[in-house]
Design a protein around this ligand. Structure first.
Ligand code: PEP
Ligand code: MG
Length: 761
């Protein structure tokens, strides 16, 4: 039997039960029988939320004496976990799952496999539908889909039979009235204040089973047409102009909108007897489940784009055309969404949008890239410390103070807290204005040394910061960003176009292009099978230059693109993760070969090519003397370097406090590298995050560094700092501190700065 036919059979039988004159309990008893029979499942059970606990309401296969006796808290056992996370579980061996809890009164010890789906009402799980088998086997997709469909039908039954308390379903608790602080992950730094607006006024599915399947199909077809039109229009009007990374983001989006597989699955769900709304929701639930099973964050981000579109489709079909964007923002707004697609964010009025809170979200998500370009602070992975979702804590219209830099949001703040926030806000704006005034001021130290303050970039939109901050150029252009935001490997023309635009935006200022640093944690979907996501230790895995040298085609294309884009001007190229000098030679040889080719083609060539290397693998420091004669510049990547020096994963928040950039081992190491370069004529700088922090920048200047490439927001503060420093005095002090160091130099450096009225926080 096909999936649709199986689901249709279940639905038909459920329809009969729903239409029957049975009371609610009688209907539930019938439902478990039908599901159990249709899925040939020994056990089928329904748990519903009552007084905050999940209570066994009906079962086939477990002891009947357990009905209305077995109760689990949200988060307790497999059932509780499904309700808490609102997600599906499909387990061949239930006991092997860490959340498994044995309830003797149910007599469930002989059953091995377990599958459960949440019964969702108004976005909250109000119950769980589960099946169990004696055989240890995973349930098939068709069976899971049948369960999900049934759960939707059940939520309708539950609502109609008032089996769930409305208040309980809404979860209106004390958490929703008093002040609350939610913490999350900083995605785009900044401060913002405004009133809560939910991105999606929820589409309530009022009818699950279709009266007329053909009519439902037509509704979905029309909705698809409409959605595709909307996406095409958005793509053509993107505020950021054509040719930007946003265009690529929207391309990915378009790819999903026209995806045949997706529309086919919705169609199949309609075949099984669901309404258009229920079919879209069912497929979406399934996508969500699959998304959770995928461990690759980049692929998961693409799935978020698909979810964004599914929501759009659902709203169109339900005639609820508007997101909050289409209704217009009436006042300063902090937007809240489970997840947000890039196109959806672009629809908001930038003047009113003061911040975004995402329940999910990750640093590499497209929407974050877009938000950064819009200069809107964002936090993600939000929680209230009690495992509750945002909707249980924030109500539409609540006042919110968002401190995305610190990664938190204060909801319904007390007046004194709001006042203090506003004061901070005003100060930060004043400071920004003061830094902006330094834009055209060259950063000379008090003793007259010119420090190069460059900025790091990776997207075309970042380039506007060059003029805004007055940075001396781009000291690190992370070319892999283009690869990360693309659905497919960027072809040569696209790469050339980007590099040309970047150089044009930079004018006379230099741009150091770093060749792709993909691989490891920066895995791209189209290379996923090659870049072993299985790399046990991705940071030390097959990444950056190691990958590029083996996939020479990739490097060749990039070499040619960079050279063509810099025709008639200087090209600065830098290779990441060089561990030994021969790797540099091999990478340079690829460029040399392309140069010969372009010359033979009579193409206009770059005036000069400056080759540089990044020092971020400690081993290179020991053989630097062999590499220096070949280099025109060296850039120290302190992000990677410190993780390797300390054997401490840079992305692991638990280790953030375990080592310090101001520790004597890092500073002595960096000093030794600098001393090794003296007299070589090689221009040496630092391009890791370290240089953008003021105490760390002081330390770097104190051990001889004169070029820093930092995040654009730090350019103003570092310029201001440079102007207050006397290098002779600072380096004498550093020499003393490093001779007899403490655990770290934080205290000495801050005392030194305090004594000279230098700000460093
Ligand atoms: C570094 O490692 O310090 C660096 C600048 O490169 P990335 O952060 O891109 O690895
Ligand atoms: Mg690095």
């Amino acid at each position: 039997m096909s999936a649709a036919a199986a689901a249709r059979q279940i639905l038909t039988r459920l329809t009969e039960v729903m239409a029957s004159r049975l009371h609610a309990q009688g209907k539930l008893d019938q439902v478990v029988e039908i599901i159990g029979e249709c899925l040939s499942s020994e056990v089928c059970s329904i748990y519903l939320l009552r007084e905050g606990m999940l209570e066994l309401f009906a079962t086939r296969g477990l002891n009947q004496s357990a009905v209305h006796v077995t109760r689990m808290a949200i988060g307790e056992g497999l059932t509780g976990a499904i309700a808490q996370k609102v997600e599906t579980l499909n387990l061949a061996e239930a006991k092997a799952h860490p959340d498994f809890q044995y309830r003797p009164e149910t007599g469930e010890d002989k059953f091995h496999s377990f599958a459960g789906v949440p019964i969702v009402y108004r976005e909250r799980a109000v119950g769980v539908l589960s099946v169990q088998h004696i055989d240890p086997r995973r349930y098939e997709e068709v069976e899971i889909e049948a369960l999900q469909t049934t759960a939707m039908v059940l939520s309708e039954l539950i609502a109609n039979a008032e089996l769930v308390d409305e208040e309980e379903a809404r979860g209106l608790t004390a958490d929703q009235t008093g002040p609350q602080t939610l913490s999350g992950l900083t995605l785009v730094k900044g401060l913002g204040a405004g009133h809560a607006v939910y991105h999606q006024p929820r589409v309530e599915i009022t009818q699950v089973m279709a009266d007329d399947t053909e009519a439902e199909r037509q509704r979905v077809y029309r909705a698809f047409d409409r959605m595709r039109e909307q996406i095409d229009t958005l793509a053509s009007q993107a505020e950021f102009g054509v040719g930007g990374e946003h265009e690529e983001v929207l391309e990915t989006y378009k790819m999903f909108a026209y995806d045949e597989g997706w529309s086919r699955r919705i169609n199949e769900a309609i075949d099984s007897g669901l309404t258009a709304e229920a079919a879209i929701e069912r497929v979406q639930q399934h996508t969500r489940m699959r998304m959770r099973e995928i461990d690759d964050p980049l692929l998961a981000d693409r799935m978020h784009d698909l979810e964004d579109l599914a929501n759009r489709l659902l709203r169109i079909v339900a005639g609820q055309i508007g997101t909050a964007a289409s209704q217009g923002l009436r006042r300063d707004t902090i937007l809240i969404a489970r997840n947000l697609g890039p196109a959806e964010l672009l629809e908001y009025d930038r003047r009113r949008l003061k911040g975004v809170i995402l329940e999910e979200g990750s640093l590499t998500a497209h929407v974050v890239i877009v938000a950064r370009a819009m200069n809107v602070p964002v936090i993600g992975r939000i929680n209230n410390g009690k495992g509750g979702g945002v909707r249980t804590t924030i109500r539409e219209g609540d006042e919110i103070l968002l401190d995305a830099t610190a990664g938190n949001a204060i909801v319904r703040p007390l007046p004194q807290v709001a006042d203090a926030f506003q004061t901070r806000f005003a100060k930060s704006r004043e400071k920004q204005a003061a830094y902006a005034s330094l834009r055209d001021v060259e950063p000379f130290t008090r003793c007259g040394t010119r420090i190069q303050v460059m900025m790091n970039a990776g997207l075309r939109d970042d380039m506007s910061a060059l003029a805004m901050t007055g940075a001396d150029g781009v000291g690190l252009f992370r070319t892999e960003f283009q690869f990360l935001v693309s659905a497919t490997l960027p072809q040569r023309e696209r790469q050339t176009r980007l590099y040309r635009d970047v150089l044009e935006a930079a004018g006379d200022k230099p741009v150091i292009f770093r060749t792709v640093d993909i691989g490891g944690d920066k895995a791209v979907p189209y290379l996923a099978s090659e870049i072993a996501a299985q790399d046990e230790n991705p940071a030390m895995g097959w990444r950056a230059l190691r990958l590029a040298l083996e996939r020479e085609g990739l490097m060749k294309v990039q070499a040619r693109s960079l050279m063509e884009a810099s025709a008639g001007r200087s090209l600065y190229v830098m290779f990441p993760m060089v561990s030994e000098p021969w790797e540099f030679d091999a990478a340079k040889a690829v460029f040399d070969e392309q140069l010969v080719y372009l010359r033979a083609q009579k193409k206009l060539l770059p005036e000069r090519i400056h080759f540089g290397a990044m020092l971020e693998v400690p081993a290179l420091a020991e053989v630097l003397d062999m590499l220096l004669p070949k280099l025109s510049f060296l850039s120290i990547g302190t992000n990677d370097l410190t993780q390797f020096l300390f054997a401490a994963d840079r992305a692991n928040p638990k280790l953030a406090e375990r080592y310090d950039w101001l520790s004597p081992s890092i500073l002595r190491f960096l000093r030794r590298v600098m001393q090794g370069c003296v007299g070589s004529g090689v221009d040496v700088g630092v391009c890791g995050e370290m240089g953008g922090r003021r105490l760390e920048a002081l330390a770097l200047m104190g051990i001889g560094y004169r070029r820093l490439s930092i995040t654009p927001a730090a350019v103003g503060p570092i310029k201001e700092l440079v102007r207050k420093v006397d290098l002779a005095e600072l380096s004498a002090a550093m020499t003393g501190w490093l001779a007899e160091p403490q655990r770290d130099l934080r205290q000495q450096l801050s005392d030194w700065a305090d004594a000279r009225d230098i700000e460093y926080d």
